[in-house]
Ligand binder design. Structure first.
Ligand code: F6P
Length: 371
């Protein structure tokens, strides 16, 4: 606390920004950052719609307790966000033509001209990678890991994941009734990009029969055999939970869009692909459902609110303790800080020897890899 009060006199103005896709719990982080900073006598500026907001005075707001009142249970972000706001490669359109420009130096200058001492950046791998590059150009950054995908290696858990799993599990629960009534195979596609965390957790919690994750490529024959097995046992319906990044052994990922230079592609379409193939192979009536952005909306679960609050308060604590260019992380039940540079290096995939996978297999759940 001695160090804390010393740095309070040095560091009194901080910024907070949200970037990338929205995620349940963002508002809870913002609230925790604002309240714990104000309680130290600091000023907090909210930057709207990503880093570029620093360049627009009308998008930089001094936040007070009133601004964050009643937002802990609200989804989305009061600051707005974008996943097209990379200041090192910003798309601008002039005379009908789109080109990429590097406005990072302007962003750094704008940060300093606001006399800010640190920037709390709440984002996933993309946003934190940009934050790390801005840190190298002179913006002192504290990262807060956000993503429903739970795929950041440096933290055991990201906030937003619990809510996404809850939404997906709720959907699987509801699908059981209609699948059983019609004796159908229902295939539900969940998000997660190249990691299978949401599919695995919701599939097991929802009592799915087949779970397909990117980490375990599937064989159509193995899934069909699992379906026949259920029908043989007079369980004439099945729930297949497919991660959007799941793919067949030797097959390709399925995308919704074409390649556009400088932009990441959107996964999607695996459920309908499987519905067609499995329907043809087995003769069972098959339907697909894409949960999509529903998984990013709604009220954050208590687990996400708690983690988000701990992250927000820890980010401010890190600034108070003089730390810079670190990310707050959840490890071994505690919140710690890790160097930002190392935190963005690796994606966290589901280990194939994970006990949750083993338990699921022991309960008869198929991962589409074994007949
Ligand atoms: O990273 C979060 C996430 O929701 C992924 O699970 C999904 O693939 C992607 O973002 C969707 O992005 P967008 O909002 O751009 O469609």
């Amino acid at each position: 606390m001695v160090q804390d009060s010393l740095s309070a006199s040095i560091c009194t103005r901080i910024g907070v920004v949200t970037g990338g896709g929205d995620c349940p719990g963002l508002n809870a982080v913002i609230r925790a950052v604002v309240i714990s900073a104000l309680n130290r006598g600091w000023e907090v500026f909210g930057i709207e719609k990503g880093f570029e907001g620093l360049l627009h005075p009308e998008r930089v707001h001094l936040l007070n307790t009133q601004d964050v009142r009643g937002i802990i249970y609200r989804g989305g972000t009061i600051l707005g966000t974008t996943n097209r706001g990379n200041p090192f490669r910003l798309n601008i359109t002039e005379n009908g033509k789109t080109k990429q420009v590097d406005i990072s130096a302007d962003v750094v200058d704008a940060f300093h001209s606001l006399s800010l001492n640190a920037l709390v950046v709440i984002g996933g791998d993309g946003t934190l990678t940009i934050a790390n590059s801005l840190a190298k150009k002179g913006i002192p950054v504290i990262g807060v890991p956000k993503t429903i995908d739970n795929d950041l290696m440096a933290t055991e858990m990201t906030f937003g994941f619990s809510t996404a799993v809850t939404t997906a599990t709720d959907a699987i629960d509801k699908l059981h009734a209609t699948a059983e009534s019609h004796e159908r195979v229902m295939i539900v596609e969940v998000m997660g990009r190249n990691a299978g965390w949401i599919a695995l957790y919701s599939g097991v919690s929802g009592g799915g029969d087949v779970i397909l994750i990117p980490e375990i490529p599937y064989k159509l024959e193995a899934i069909a055999e699992k379906l026949h097995d259920r029908w043989r046992r007079k369980r004439n319906f099945a729930i297949v939970v497919a991660a959007e990044g799941a793919r067949e052994v030797g097959g390709e990922l399925i995308y919704q869009d074409a390649i556009v230079q400088g932009e990441s592609r959107r996964l999607g379409g695996i459920a309908e692909h499987l519905a067609i193939k499995l329907g043809q192979m087995t003769g069972y009536e098959t339907r697909s459902l894409v949960l999509g952005h529903l998984q990013r909306g709604g009220q954050p679960t208590p687990a996400d609110r708690l983690l988000a609050t701990r992250f927000g308060a820890a980010a401010v604590r890190a600034i108070a303790n003089g730390e810079r260019n670190v990310m707050v992380a959840h490890q071994a039940s505690s919140i710690i800080t890790v160097p930002l540079e190392s935190a963005i290096q690796e994606r966290k995939l589901v280990p194939i020897d994970y006990d949750v996978i083993q338990s699921a297999r022991e309960l008869g759940i198929s991962f589409g890899d074994e007949c």
